[in-house]
Write a protein that binds this ligand. Structure first.
Ligand code: ZN
Length: 489
């Protein structure tokens, strides 16, 4: 066990799920249980409630924005493309571009997370409404597909026929279409995960089947050419579909979304990242570590540990963020690239996901040291706490200023991941040790309602303004467990 965690025995004295599906203690909702040794388990998001702090303020601001958004407007082209009459006018920005539809997936995830984190039924109602609407679209199409991407039917037909053209962000003229499919699948899986919406899982499974059908005839060359185009976390959602269903065909399908060019290099310990688009790579690695949890695949573990170490130690700024104009540069040479377009926010959103998985396997303080640094300096700092608007880039240029999104005319990738960022601050504050101990990873004012043990842990702190942290434990019955408090580096 890590010596950076102060371990003490607690004397007798006085739940939904963490985003990105880090294993939880005795989680019976997953048919496939981890084969890897999980040493620290995430708590269900519903068991953690935030108390007053800048994080709580950010969460409130995000929630207000989420409630102003009209689901029917995000759904407009999903309905139109399925031959149904839209019930609202589509939004501007990237929602009127080739990436149309990606926001709905993030929005579904964010509403599901916010429901788990607060119990506010207004968000549950939105989740259920959107799932019903997507069901209508999927039913009307009859193929299993759901989408709002311009010209999508002809693009997918060309891909299925093995006619594949890409220069990295385009696939047969469409803007990273698998990226958007991933967001829809992730939103549906989150609706199942955090709101127990069984229909959402059914829809996600049909979309996974459509995916398998679409690429079933592609040979390896065609497949690798297709994967040259950014494909988001397709492989992660397929691994999670496998976890939910126990059907190995989804595990095999996740392996087809394996970009050899990048991942084989990482598995061999080669830093192939300079010059590569940063956020295109991170979700591929999250998929690898999630698959390793379920299969014990050693190559997947090597990919993830080498990538994390390389990015956090050689390609990250002091804030924990990475990328300049979205790209990785040469290792250990970041002082020349302090510009207005440093540290895309999606990248840190994804790095935090990856960090949670690695911590579950090996609960060392260094993971949460990184997590804390990136959470405070990048994620929390990426939002205007009054309007809830967010930054695409957090600029590190001297005298640089933050450019916040517009509520109705941006809908960039970082607006989408930003919807999730600020409603899931409760997901990593505490972890449950395999031995029944409690990890206190982050010093964010909150209450943990530890149902399993009938305990309530209240954490009060004004860190970093004041250096004191108070933990109050309330127990229904005497309990003995180790309390592991991270000693910040
Ligand atoms: Zn982004």
């Amino acid at each position: 066990m890590n010596k950076s965690f102060i371990t003490s025995l607690l004397f007798c004295c006085t739940g939904a799920f963490g985003q990105s599906y880090v294993p939880e203690w005795k989680d019976v909702t997953m048919k496939v249980q981890p084969q890897a040794n999980i040493h620290a388990y995430a708590f269900p998001l519903e068991e953690v409630r935030l108390l007053e702090s800048p994080f709580y303020t950010a969460m409130q601001a995000e929630a207000q924005y989420l409630l102003k958004i009209g689901p029917d407007r995000l759904l407009a082209d999903f309905r139109a493309h399925a031959g149904l009459a839209p019930k609202g006018e589509k939004y501007g920005g990237w929602e009127s571009s080739g990436l149309a539809g990606h926001t709905l997936g993030h929005y579904l995830s964010a509403c599901a997370l916010q429901y788990a984190a607060t119990g506010d039924v207004a968000f549950l109602q939105r989740v259920n409404y959107i799932v019903d609407e997507l069901e209508a679209c999927q039913h009307a199409r009859k193929t299993g597909y759901i989408g709002a991407i311009p010209n999508e039917d002809s693009v997918w037909a060309q891909v299925a026929a093995g006619n594949i053209r890409t220069r990295g962000f385009d696939l047969n003229g469409a803007w990273a279409p698998w990226y958007t499919v991933h967001k829809i699948m992730a939103g549906l899986l989150d609706a199942k995960r955090y709101c127990n919406n069984a229909k959402a899982l059914t829809l996600a499974i049909k979309l996974a089947d459509w995916t398998g059908n679409t690429i079933k005839d592609l040979n390896d060359d065609q497949l690798q050419r297709m994967l040259f185009c950014e494909y988001g976390g397709m492989s992660e959602t397929l691994v999670n579909t496998y976890a939910y269903t126990g059907h190995s065909k989804y595990l095999e399908l996740s392996r087809r979304f394996y970009d050899k060019r990048i991942l084989d290099s990482l598995a061999a310990g080669i830093d192939i990242l300079p010059g590569k688009h940063a956020n295109t790579q991170i979700p591929k690695v999250i998929a690898a570590i999630r698959r390793h949890e379920l299969t014990l695949d050693a190559r997947d573990a090597r990919i993830a540990t080498f990538f994390w170490q390389t990015v956090t130690q050689h390609h990250s700024y002091a804030t924990g963020g990475n990328s300049n104009y979205e790209y990785f540069g040469p290792a250990d040479q970041l002082n020349e690239t302090l510009t207005d377009n440093t540290t895309e926010t999606c990248n840190t959103y994804n790095m935090l996901k990856l960090t949670r998985h690695l911590f579950a396997l090996q609960p060392e303080a260094r993971y949460m040291d990184y997590y804390e640094k990136a959470l405070y300096n990048h994620i929390l700092a990426s939002q205007d706490h009054e309007s809830g608007m967010v930054c695409y880039f957090v600029p590190l240029r001297m005298g640089g200023t933050k450019a916040y999104s517009d509520p109705w005319h941006s809908f960039t990738c970082c607006v989408g991941s930003g919807m999730e960022n600020h409603v899931k601050y409760g997901e990593s504050i505490y972890f449950r040790g395999r031995d029944g101990s409690l990890y206190v990873n982050l010093f964010i004012p909150s209450v943990l309602h530890w149902k399993e043990k009938g305990l309530q842990i209240r954490q009060e702190s004004a860190l970093p303004a004041a250096g004191t942290i108070r933990l109050t434990v309330t127990a229904k019955r005497p309990e003995t467990f180790a309390l592991r408090i991270r000693h910040p580096r």
